[in-house]
Each structure stands twice: as C-alpha cells, then as structure tokens.
Ligand binder design. Structure first.
Ligand code: CMC
Length: 470
C-alpha cells in the first residue's frame, strides 16, 4: 500500500483506539433492540426522545460517541472499505462479495452519466439559485427523465427495439451516451403490514436508489461548474465514485490520497440515525409520494445551518477570525452575545462526535499539503475547539460535530465552500434511500400531534367592524 494511504489508515485506526479508551465506562442509551408498539418514551420539543420507527440500518450511541452502519463500526468502514461498499451495505444490509461489488460499482458508474438531466438543469439558470435549491430541482428533473425512460422502454419493448434512451437530437459537446437504468419503480405500496417480497419491484426500487445516489453526485458537480461558468464534465468510467465526484467538480483527476480522503468523508456522511433530513425524507415517503420527492425533502432539510448547512458556516466563521491568537477574544465576544458556535453541539452526542474524531486528524493531514492559509485556518479551528471543549464541553456536553472539520477537508480537496452542503447531500443519499425503502416496507403515514395553546370559541366579528378594533 502507498505510504500516504497507509498513514491515513493508521490515523483512522488511531482515532478508533482513542475512541475505545474515551468511551470506557459510558452508559448505553435505553433503546436498543425491538420495542413493543405502542412504545413508551418521553418526548420533548422538536420530537426529542420520540421513537419514529425501528431500523436495522444505523445506530448512534450519543453517550459513548459511537456510530454504526448495519452493525459495523464507522472506524472500520473508513479504514478498510470504500463508499461503494458502504452504500451497498446500507441498501442491502450486508457487505458485498467481490462480484457484487463489481456489479454495484458498475451500476453506480453507469448512473453517473446523465447528460439529459444536466442539459435541463442548465436551462433553469441554476447559477442564480442556491446550490442546494438546484440539487433539489435536480431530483425533480431526474424523476421526470426516469418516468420518460420507463415509458420509452415500454414502447420499445412493444416495437421490439432497444434503441430509445440514448437517442437525443440536440446533443451538446459534453454528451456521452447514457447507460442509466432503463427501468425503475419508485412508487410504493400503501400496505401497513410488511409486504410480500416482490423481486422485480425490489430490483426496480434498488435501481432508482442507485440512480439517485449517482445522479446527485453528477448534478452537484455540474451545478458547481455551471455556477463558475464552466461546462459540466462527463464522468470517467475508470474512476471510483469518490474520485469521479472530485474529477467532475474540479476537472482534475484526484491523487490516491485525495481520493481516499474524499471516500472517507463520503462514508462518514452516509447515514446518521433519525436526523432531521432523514426524518423529512421518511415523512414525505410515508404519504406514498415518490422516492425522488422524498430525497428532495431530505435535501431541503439538510440545507439549514443547524443541520448540513453548518459546514459552510463553519468555514465562514473560521475565516472571520483574524489569527490563531485572536480566537480567545473572539470566543469571549461570541459567548457574551450568546451566539451558537457553528460546528459544535449535537442533539444526540453529548461527547465527541466520532466523525469529528476522524475528520480532525484528516484535516491536519490534508493541510500539511495545502499551504500556509490552510495551516492558519486549522490552527484557528484547533484553538477554538480547545476554548469550546474546556468551557461548554464540561458544562453542557458540547463538542465538535461532523461539520467542524469537514469544510477544512473539502477546501483542501478543491471543493468550493458553497458546495460543502451539497457534498454532504451526495454522501447522505445512500442513507436516505436505504431508510426510506426500509420504512416503506411497514409504512404508516406520519401524523404526530401539536399541543394547541390558542383560544377557543372566539366570537366572529364581521370585517367592516374590525377596523375599529385596531
Ligand atoms: N454553541 C454554543 N452553545 C450551544 C451550541 C453551540 N454550537 N449548541 C448548543 N448550545 C447550547 C444551547 O445554547 C443550549 O444552552 P441553554 O441550555 O443554556 O439554553 C444548550 O446548548 C442546548 O442546545 P440546543 O440548541 O437546545 O440543543 P439541540 O439539541 O436542540 O441542538 C444543534 C443541536 C446541533 C442544533 C445545536 O447544537 C447547534 O445549533 N449547533 C450549531 C450548528 C451545527 O453545528 N449544526 C450541525 C449539527 S451536526 C451535523 C448535522 O446534523 O447536520
């Protein structure tokens, strides 16, 4: 193995060993294993503590600072697997065999080619929208082309012809024949009980998941380039998912180190319990809307600065601090004004977020290559971390979360800061799709309650008489 790749692996293994030591003696949360419905739990505002469903996909242990995908520790997946394996694991429940991985990787690569979708996006003036709004729009466009391709396929089957998806009259320079799945179903049964397995339908749904996972990567990269006045790039079918993402966005084929770091970052962001965007996706899916609309809802929820939008805000915040020496004063002012420090705190973790434990050392590793500005930013980040952890860490359990170091890593990889949150969305798509599909197997429409605190039985006053009241 390349010396630098081995160093990265050692960093992750080192973080894992440290995490084991740190969690020694921490208690486990109460809910692991099956619950009897209706489940009893204490619910706080923002549905804190509420149980929405059962899942086998991923587990966050907030007191121990541990994260598992399908029972595998996040550290092991980052050290030894790649994003393709992790996406397969999330969707299918087990790690792929070499043959399954080859087929799955090929399917993802084929789905990265989507010239018609990109051409439609160009027509929407995406340079004037926020990148997350454009990415959301992309899911709508993708659905439309999927529906069209299904219709076309049906016609083609009738006419005994298979030449339907690639024929395209107004091709552009970037055009490459698409290899996208020609058949996928992303509508779901309304049954409440676990469905009988319909293998064809499962295959079709799986294809739609792959279409979305790859499609978001291609669209995010294209959106970034369009916003810079550059032409979108076709993927390179010889590159991995992580390498292709960087290549399509930056126009440069990444080094093995850059590819590995992008890959680890994609893995770390792939899934994370019942967070706001996953919940939003599932809520939309529970109405038997479609998978594309559900992922669009996830993108919309992720956009907010309290969720995925924090990664861009963190870098803005760090850039706003003049020097490493100025951190203490800056922090004093921020706490005096009761400002929230971006990239810190978490609803579930009251200790270090394990993803930050990996991304911190990776940021350090990357900035060794990235010049004095990156080193300065990293030093500012480290000083801020020390300030926050030694004060809010002790008093309120506030520590760095995944978003604190991810921006520094992304910047060193050449990703523009406005694309940090879309990059999070690209990675999270495997978790969103896996959880939506899992939820729909036993679907029940979401319908929580709100406590009404308003008046009742108010007297209706005709509009002519209301002016007097003002
Ligand atoms: N800086 C300063 N104080 C904080 C912070 C912070 N980043 N986060 C929480 N607190 C304080 C908060 O003021 C409150 O104090 P008090 O009890 O005295 O009023 C206490 O800690 C509890 O905070 P909360 O906002 O009620 O906690 P929450 O579980 O509702 O919110 C959070 C979790 C992530 C929204 C919040 O910690 C936050 O706003 N962090 C900054 C934004 C951020 O980094 N978001 C990324 C989250 S991780 C990745 C992801 O989900 O996308």
């Amino acid at each position: 193995m390349d010396k630098e790749l081995k160093q990265i692996q050692d960093l992750i293994i080192g973080a894992s060993i440290q995490a084991q030591k740190d969690r020694h003696g921490a208690i486990s949360p109460a809910f692991v294993g099956r619950v009897d419905w209706p489940a009893e739990c204490t619910v706080g505002p923002g549905l804190e503590g509420a149980i929405a469903c059962e899942t086998e996909i991923g587990y966050v242990n907030g007191t121990q600072g541990a994260l598992y995908y399908r029972g595998y520790r996040i550290y092991d997946l980052c050290a030894y697997a790649n994003y393709e394996q992790v996406a397969y694991l999330l969707l299918k429940g087990k790690l792929p065999t070499p043959k399954q991985l080859t087929n799955f990787s090929r399917k993802l690569t084929e789905n990265l080619f989507m010239p018609k979708v990109i051409r439609s996006l160009i027509g929407f003036d995406v340079e004037k929208m926020s990148p997350m709004a454009s990415l959301n729009l992309a899911t709508t466009v993708m659905k439309q082309y999927f529906d069209d391709s299904i219709m076309d396929q049906k016609k083609a089957q009738k006419n005994n012809s298979d030449d339907f998806i690639g024929t395209d009259e107004d091709s552009m320079g970037m055009e490459t024949l698409p290899f996208g799945e020609q058949k996928a179903v992303y509508e779901f049964d309304a049954k409440k009980k676990k469905r009988k397995v319909d293998e064809d339908k499962e295959k079709e749904t799986f294809s739609a998941c792959c279409h979305l996972i790859s499609g978001l990567a291609t669209c995010a990269a294209a959106i970034s380039r369009i916003r810079q006045g550059l032409m979108p790039l076709d993927p390179d079918k010889n590159l991995s998912f992580a390498a292709n993402y960087l290549y399509m966005m930056t126009g440069k084929r990444p080094t093995a180190v850059e590819e590995k770091i992008m890959d680890v970052s994609l893995i770390l962001h792939a899934d994370h319990g019942m967070n706001a965007s996953t919940f939003a996706s599932i809520v939309v899916a529970s109405t038997l809307s479609d998978l594309y609309a559900s992922i669009g809802a996830g993108i919309s929820a992720l956009k907010g600065p309290l969720h995925g939008g924090a990664n861009e805000q963190v870098l803005n915040m760090l850039d706003g601090i003049e020097s490493p020496e100025a951190v203490a004063e800056w922090y004093k002012n921020a706490t005096r004004k009761k400002e929230k420090i971006m990239g810190f705190g978490h609803r579930v973790y009251k200790t270090y977020d394990p993803r930050a434990k990996i991304l911190g050392p990776l940021a350090h590793f990357m900035t060794d290559y990235a010049g004095p500005d990156a080193k300065k930013t990293l030093q500012i980040a480290k000083n801020l971390e020390n300030e926050v952890v030694s004060t809010l860490g002790k008093s309120k359990g506030i520590y760095p979360n995944v978003d604190f170091y991810s921006g520094i890593v992304y910047k060193a990889l050449g990703i523009p800061s406005e694309m940090f949150t879309p990059t999070f969305a690209v990675a999270r798509c495997s978790g969103w799709t896996a959880r939506v599909v899992e939820y729909l197997a036993t679907n029940r429409i979401f319908r929580p309650r709100a406590i009404y605190t308003g008046d009742l039985d108010r007297e209706y006053i005709p509009i002519e008489e209301r002016r007097k009241q003002q």
